[in-house]
Structure formats: C-alpha cells, structure tokens
Design a protein around this ligand. Sequence first.
Ligand SMILES: *Cc1c(COP(=O)(O)O)cnc(C)c1O
Length: 485
Amino acid sequence: MSNQDQTLIFEVSKEGRVGYSLPKLEIEELSLDELIPSAYIRSEQAELPEVSELDIMRHYTALSRRNHGVDSGFYPLGSCTMKYNPKINENVARIGGLAHIHPLQEEETVQGAMELLFDLQEHLKEITGMDEVTLQPAAGAHGEWTGLMMIRAYHEANNDTKRTKVIVPDSAHGTNPASATVAGFETITVKSDENGLVDLEDLKRVVNEETAALMLTNPNTLGLFEAHILEMAQIVHDAGGKLYYDGANLNAVLSQARPGDMGFDVVHLNLHKTFTGPHGGGGPGSGPVGVKEDLIAYLPKPVLVKTDEGYHFDYNRPESIGRVKPFYGNFGINVRAYTYIRSMGPDGLKAVTEYAVLNANYMMRRLAPYFDLPYDQHCKHEFVLSGKRQKKLGVRTLDIAKRLLDFGYHPPTIYFPLNVEECIMIEPTETESKETLDSFIDAMIQIAKEAEENPEIVQEAPHTTVIKRLDETTAARKPILKYQR
Ligand SMILES: *Cc1c(COP(=O)(O)O)cnc(C)c1O
C-alpha cells in the first residue's frame, strides 16, 4: 500500500467547483414548477459534494485500490468459489444484441437471446443429470427456496400435507435451514459422524411420514464427499420424501458425477460460483434449479419452450408455483455462464474439478503439520483446518485471518462450519498457480510460527491496511451509506 493511499483525504468538496461543462441552453428555460408537481420539489438544495471530474476520478480510483477482488489477489474464501472470471464472459455479455435488448420486447425479436437461455438449460440438464431446468432464481438461496416450494407443491398435489419437515445435516450450508424455514417447513437436524459425513443411523431415526425432503450439501461444508449418498437416497425415498441437492459446490464434482444419477429430485447450482459469474458485494447471481420428471409441472412460469416456430415463453402452466423473479432471471449472469461452459467444453469442465481438488489437497497436506486437521482424509474442492493449537497460545482464528491481510490475501472463511472449533475453511480453486498456492502456504506457516514466537504481531494485525480492526457487526448492521451523516 503506497503512502498516497494512506493519506487519502475523503472530503474534497470545494464550494462552486463543478465536474461538467454543458453548452449554453438554446431553448427557453422552464421553471421547475412547470416540470414537477410542487409537492415533489425539495425546499433546500441537496448537499452534494462539489468536485471536478478529475477529483472524483481520483477519489474513486483511490477507493477501488483499497478493495480486494479476484482480479487483484488470492481469495481463498471457503464455500464461495472465488475463482477467476474469464474476461471473454464480459465481452460476450456486452454484445449489443444481448446487452441492449429489453425484457418486454416481442418474442420474435429476441429469438437469439432465448436460444442462448434454452441452450444453457440444455447444458445444465446434461451437467446435472436432471430432466428440466429453470433459470429464474437469482441466487443459490433463492434456488433452494424455489426447489422447496416445488417439493411442497408436489406433496400437496398428492394430498400428502403432513410432510412439513425438511432434514438438514449439521454440515450443510447455512442457507439450507434458512430456506426451509422461509418455505414454511420445520428443519430437523441430522448429525455428522466422526468422519464428518451424515450419520446414517441418525438419519434413519429422524426420517418418517412427515419428511418432505432431505437437503444435502455435497461436498458438505467440511469439503468432504458424502460417501453414502445412495443409501441416503434409498432411506429418504422409501419414506416418501424428496431429495434436494445443494449444488453450489459443483466445482468439486463437475463432469465427474451428476446429482441426477445419484437419485436427487431437485438440485440448484450457483452460476456465480462454479460457472464464473462475478460475485461478491451481494449480487447479481444466478441459481438455476433442475428437477426430475415428476416435478416439472411445478416449475416457475413462464417456462421457456422450443417449438417448430422458434422459442416461446409458456405461461399456461396451471400447476406452476408461479413466477419467482421478474422476467427470466439475471440474464447477464446466465450469458456469462453460457460463455464459460461453451468456451471450456466438456474436457475443460472436467479439468476444472481435477485441478480444484488437487489444489485443495495439496494445500491441506502442506498446512497439516502447522494447524489441526479435524478430518484427516482426502478432501474435495475445499478443506477445513482448526486453529485450536494457536488458540492455546492466545492467537484466535480471527487474528490469523486479520494477519493474512498483511500478506495481501483475502482471508479464508472462518468460524464456519460451526461444528469445527476455531474453524478455518479454505477453498483455493483451480485457477490459481502453484506459485500462488505456495506463497499463501508460506504466509500461513509464518503466521503459525509467529503465534508461537511472537503472538502480539498476530493478535494486533492487520498492520499494513488503512483501517485496522473494524467493528464488523456495527458495520454490517448500521452502515453509513450517505455522503453526510
Ligand atoms: C454459496 C452457497 C449457497 C448460497 O448461495 P447464494 O448465491 O449466496 O445465495 C448455498 N449453498 C452452498 C453450499 C453455498 O456454497
């Protein structure tokens, strides 16, 4: 971080300074009350900063340099798949025929865009092994909710209304129980065994005629592949429940295994993770949902269909759960995901998973001597360490995360999953080079040594950032978003 950044002056407004120059008005100037009803006219001038174009350019450029993104550095945020987003995606998303169309245009005039969406659905069906896909949901959690609403509609259509419970393992992503609750179900937690996998005996105990579905995050949030999926599918299906696959972590199984083949009835994907939609800062995302045959009738409408005359949005879907998103989902993210799938090809997608898993295992093995490894087994795309050993020395996982900022890294996910003490969850992704992985490993090893020899340096980190430790709760709960308080 340069000195210039350190001394960024936030307030640069100077009375009377303007950032534009317009030609002289050549028509008669109307007064405000002729243009806007008086009730809507503000009585005082808005207090806005008065700056030149250059002032504002420098201000935002300086602020942007304080940001960390995938394009500026390593970002091993577990469960978030912060991989590189190829710039070809951006080029395609900016093609005029895709970027400048309006969602209310006549179908005949946007056949190309509709073909792209249809083709994307076909690819996602192939990738997941499902029978039909909707692109409407705007994010992973939204996809979960959409899938659960379809499961609910299915049980209701079968007059099976006592199925009010959704089983969620304790190693599931946090959005799963939340989505189940929002969809009106009661969440039943099933425990993990000592290997970090769903405890089949516990599952048998909780499954019954009230089970609407089991929601499985696979690989689970410990980065482990649920080895007993087929048995689980059998147990839940035998009891009349449906199987939901949280496929946000598809980076770990892409082109290797398909949820549809494992017996799942519903799956959602995070196109903004596995399929390189840029994400962070709250969106936009895309969380398509795939379903098996017996749930197709409940898909959100309209459903995109292909006819002899071309592509068409079918609204005549009496059993549909309805629309879950205005228009047809986050189109721009779907374009990016489509571009990614087409430019990678089947072999490329297969290699993604091989490298993602290789990178995670490499990092896990090299870090294992320095941190506790609660589940000492082959991991998938991510793994969890525990900072227990460091905690005994007075260095918490939060301190380790903060110290990583001094090395220029975005910290991993910490304190999640909840079932691992002082959890550190690392997802390196496939797009990072061995040199980057090694540098990060070296930083982690140095921090482990500092914890033993010089704990203050870790406890007081970060030392190099403009702002030191934040009150993160207040920052999130009471953000100041206005120019002036
Ligand atoms: C990220 C993630 C989600 C939630 O996705 P959002 O797009 O953030 O709503 C759900 N499940 C898993 C396993 C995830 O990693």
